[in-house]
Design a protein around this ligand. Structure first.
Ligand SMILES: *Cc1c(COP(=O)(O)O)cnc(C)c1O
Length: 370
C-alpha cells in the first residue's frame, strides 16, 4: 500500500524503553528496574490525585465535560488569564501538533534549536514542512534571529528550558526575541514557547521564569505550552495546555477533536492543583538530588550541561560511548536516555529518588573509574 509520501522521511519516535520490555528482554524483576528515561516524576502520583481517580473510576463510561471547564478555571486562576486564552490537549504534544496544523502547510518552514524536543520535527514532517535548525545545539538567539531573517519560517520553537540538553534561556532575552520576531514578521510568525520544565527553572533561577500572563498581555504571536507530565506527576494521564491570545486559541479549537482527554485525566489534573505541596516537594528534592550527579561528574572530569529541569545530560568524550554505557546500565535494570540518535555522544538521566540515584551513581561509578 502507498502512504502519504511525507512518511518516508520520518523515523518513528523512540520513547524511553518501557519497564515491561526490559523485564522480558533481560529476565529482571519489575521491582528491580529503575526507569529514569522519560523525565517522569520519580515520586509518583500525588496521594490526593490517586484518591480522586479512585473516587471517580465509576465514571469511566462517560465522556468528559468537553468544555473542560473545571480545569480551565483552575488554569485561569493559577496563571491569571482568561478562559478564552487557554486550550487543553492530550499532553502538550497534542497542542504542538495543533499549532503546526494551524500555521504551516507543505513547503512552509519552521525554525528550531540544533538539539531539541524531537516532536517539533516529527509533526513538521507529517505536513511536509522544512525544518531549519541552528548550528548551535543549545539555544543561541543570535543564530535564531539570523536564520529567521534568512528563511522567514511560519513557526519558531523555543524550548525553555530545553529538552534533552537542559539549558535555559533567560526571560528578558526571550521577551526581547519574541518582540523582534513580531516586528520583523508583522506578527505573522508564531513563536511557540515550550515550558514543559518551567516549574523547575523558575525554582532554580527566578530570572528564567516565564510568565504566560505577560506573554498573553504583550504579544499576539506567541503561545506558551505547559504540561502536567513532569513536575505535576501525571505523565500517564496525558494532559497539557496552551496559553495564548484568544485569536490563536480559537484557531486551535477548530482543529481539536472533541473529548481529547479522558474523564479521569480531567479529574486528576484538577485535583493536583489542590496538592501543590506535592509539586513543590518534587521540585525541591529534584535539585538536592541533581547536585549529586553534578558532583559525580565534576569529580571524574565528565562534561555535563548545567540543568534547569528534572534531568541532567552528561556529554562524553573518548573513550566513552553513550550507546555502550546505556546498554551496560540497561542490563542492570537501569533505563536512561541515550542521545546518540541526536548525533551526540551524550546521555540524559532523569533525576530519581534518593534510593534510585544511589543505585545509578553506584553503577556509573563502576563505568567511570575515577
Ligand atoms: C515532556 C515534554 C513535552 C510534552 O509532554 P506531554 O506529556 O505530551 O505533555 C513537551 N515538550 C517537552 C520539551 C517535553 O519534554
Amino acid at each position: 500500500m502507498r502512504f502519504n509520501e511525507e512518511l518516508a522521511s520520518i523515523a518513528t519516535y523512540q520513547a524511553g524503553k518501557p519497564i515491561e520490555e526490559v523485564v522480558r528482554n533481560f529476565g529482571l524483576r519489575e521491582q528491580d528496574i529503575i526507569k529514569l528515561a522519560s523525565n517522569e516524576n520519580p515520586y509518583g502520583t500525588s496521594a490526593r490525585v490517586v484518591q480522586a481517580i479512585k473516587d471517580n473510576a465509576h465514571k469511566a463510561h462517560l465522556y468528559p465535560d468537553d468544555s473542560m471547564r473545571a480545569l480551565i478555571e483552575r488554569l485561569c486562576a493559577h496563571y491569571h488569564i482568561k478562559d478564552t486564552e487557554c486550550i487543553i490537549g492530550a499532553g502538550s504534544d497534542q497542542v504542538i501538533e495543533l499549532c503546526m496544523h494551524a500555521k504551516t502547510h507543505k513547503g512552509s518552514k519552521i525554525l528550531i534549536a540544533g538539539v531539541t524536543f524531537a516532536m517539533y520535527e516529527i509533526y513538521a514532517k507529517h505536513i511536509g514542512v522544512e525544518v531549519i535548525k541552528t548550528p548551535s545545539q543549545t539555544h543561541d538567539l543570535a543564530q535564531f534571529y539570523e536564520l529567521f531573517i534568512q528563511h522567514r519560517p511560519d513557526v519558531v520553537f523555543l524550548c525553555v528550558p530545553n529538552n534533552p540538553l537542559g539549558e535555559c534561556l533567560g526571560r528578558d532575552e526571550v521577551y526581547e526575541f519574541i518582540d523582534h520576531i513580531g516586528n520583523e514578521s508583522d506578527g505573522e510568525t508564531l513563536v511557540v514557547l515550550d515550558g514543559a520544565y518551567q516549574e523547575f527553572a523558575a525554582y532554580k533561577d527566578l530570572s528564567k521564569r516565564i510568565c504566560p500572563h505577560d506573554l498573553v498581555s504583550r504579544f499576539s504571536h506567541v503561545i506558551y505550552l505547559g504540561t502536567f507530565s513532569k513536575a505535576y506527576g501525571l505523565g500517564g494521564m496525558r494532559v497539557g495546555y496552551g496559553i495564548a491570545q484568544a485569536s490563536i486559541i480559537q484557531a486551535l479549537y477548530k482543529l481539536r477533536a472533541p473529548f481529547n482527554i479522558t474523564t479521569l485525566s480531567l479529574v486528576a489534573a484538577c485535583e493536583v492543583f489542590d496538592d501543590m505541596e506535592f509539586v513543590e516537594r518534587t521540585i525541591e528534592s529534584n535539585f538536592v538530588q541533581m547536585r549529586r550527579y553534578e558532583e559525580f561528574a565534576e569529580s571524574r572530569g565528565i562534561g555535563y550541561i548545567p540543568s534547569y529541569t528534572n534531568f541532567i545530560t552528561f556529554v562524553l568524550s573518548n573513550p566513552y560511548d553513550s550507546s555502550v554505557i546505556c546498554d551496560t546500565l540497561l542490563r542492570e535494570g537501569i533505563i536512561i536516555r541515550n542521545l546518540a540518535s541526536y548525533g551526540i555522544n551524550a546521555f540524559r538521566i532523569t533525576i530519581g529518588t534518593q534510593e534510585q540515584n544511589d543505585r545509578v551513581l553506584c553503577a556509573l561509578g563502576e563505568i567511570f573509574s575515577s
